[in-house]
Design a protein around this ligand. Structure first.
Ligand code: AMP
Length: 149
């Protein structure tokens, strides 16, 4: 069986991604792999200088980034109590592009993500991020649904 050495898990802090995270952590333990925990700040539509002055958008972006960092810190404090080999990554952009791009850049050999995320469209098989990552990634992708454990 292939020995994974770096596992990237994409988290949007939804229940489904929590479940994917638990699966990724358990795989990282089994393979003694590094776990990369990635959150992507959805790039806001660029309306700078259109409706509102620059400064309010810059402030908004700063606050979104601070909020994401705090959520990630608290997520790692809660979940990474007894596993040291991990890094937390926060980047901005399109989630599916960043998940694939960061996995390649950081030489991950497996991507783990939830079948669904915060959008909650559970009547479809995959959410749009999951579907695009599965279709476009050249690396193996493991999708985890809320029912998997
Ligand atoms: P979705 O396809 O958007 O319903 O989300 C499916 C899965 O993609 C989630 O359970 C997460 O694992 C991952 N994901 C979605 N959005 C993000 C994001 N902004 N940052 C990191 N991972 C994400």
């Amino acid at each position: 069986m292939k020995n994974f050495s770096t596992v990237l898990v994409a988290v949007d802090f939804s229940d489904s991604s929590d479940n994917a995270f638990q699966m990724a952590l358990s795989m990282a333990r089994s393979f003694s792999a590094k776990l990369l925990i990635l959150h992507v700040i959805n790039e806001p539509v660029d309306l700078r200088g259109f409706y509102v002055p620059h400064i309010s958008f810059e402030k908004l972006e700063e606050e979104i980034e601070d909020g994401a960092k705090k959520m990630m810190e608290s997520f790692c404090r809660r979940n990474m109590v007894d596993y040291d080999d991990y890094d937390c990554l926060i980047v901005a952009g399109l989630p599916y592009e960043q998940i694939i791009g960061q996995a390649q850049e950081k030489s991950a050999d497996l991507i783990v993500l939830g079948t669904h995320g915060r959008t909650g469209l559970d009547h479809v098989l995959f959410g749009s991020t999951a579907e695009k990552v599965v279709r476009k990634s050249k690396l193996p992708v493991l999708t985890v649904s809320l029912e998997d454990s």
